[in-house]
Ligand binder design. Structure first.
Ligand SMILES: C[S@@+](CC[C@H](N)C(=O)[O-])C[C@H]1O[C@@H](n2cnc3c(N)ncnc32)[C@H](O)[C@@H]1O
Length: 210
């Protein structure tokens, strides 16, 4: 994954994901992300924003936040831009950019979000992306990571099976990964985990180890 071609087709149907897996407001990872942000004038970077679901949701509710969404796929960004125009949001900008080579200064953002991305990257790409996230995040900033999580409920395991089927070979191993150890290697410490429908939202802060 990680190239524009992969998302040329996916862009057309991507938002079905939210209507299928994350439709319940109370247990949606999108709302959990918003709940972690206050209404201060913060700078938020949504890395690999896709069709902008998180970026637009944050900008819509946290009006004082300045949100930047970047993605490598022009097709996904086109969808995001159409949604931004429809919502009439001026506190979010969407930029075509490679997340492994961000065009931002060190420590520019209060919050960096990586949502539903890491599981589909090779270990090397994931490493580059997390290093860039750390570089552009303020020392007192928050890294928020959303990832899939195997549901406990048997009923939910059936729809989750479909997710497993469509993801790449390493997906099941990634699900089993000890996330606090995974991020510790990149200089982050896990401070909170919120379990949501089919997913979890992790909050991390920078530590001194890199
Ligand atoms: C599964 S989608 C997640 C979209 C969104 N973050 C969400 O929560 O729904 C993964 C996105 O990562 C993007 N992506 C993959 N590699 C990237 C890279 N190196 N730089 C920027 N975006 C990348 C893809 O284009 C795609 O839009």
């Amino acid at each position: 994954m990680g190239s524009d071609e992969n998302y040329q087709f996916n862009a057309k149907i991507y938002d079905v994901l939210d209507r299928t897996y994350f439709r319940k407001a109370a247990t949606s990872p999108r709302n959990a992300v918003i709940s972690l942000l206050n209404n201060e004038p913060i700078q938020v970077l949504d890395m690999c924003t896709g069709t902008g679901t998180n970026a637009l949701a944050i900008a819509g509710v946290r009006k004082n936040a300045k949100v930047t969404g970047i993605d490598i796929s022009a097709a996904m960004l086109q969808k995001a831009e159409a949604k931004r125009e429809q919502a009439g949001l001026s506190n979010v900008k969407l930029i075509h950019m490679d997340a492994t080579n961000l065009q931002f200064a060190n420590e520019e953002f209060d919050v960096v979000l990586i949502s539903l991305v890491l599981h589909e990257l090779s270990p090397d790409l994931a490493k580059q992306l997390i290093r860039e996230a750390r570089r552009v995040l303020k020392n007192v900033g928050k890294l928020i990571v959303v990832e899939w999580e195997e549901p406990v409920s048997r009923l939910k395991r059936i729809p989750f099976h479909l997710v497993k089927k469509t993801e790449s070979a390493g997906f099941e191993d990634f699900l089993k990964c000890e996330m606090d150890q995974y991020f510790f290697r990149f200089g982050f410490e896990m401070t909170q985990t919120i379990h949501c429908d089919y997913s979890k939202v992790m909050v991390l802060s920078k530590n001194d180890q890199v």
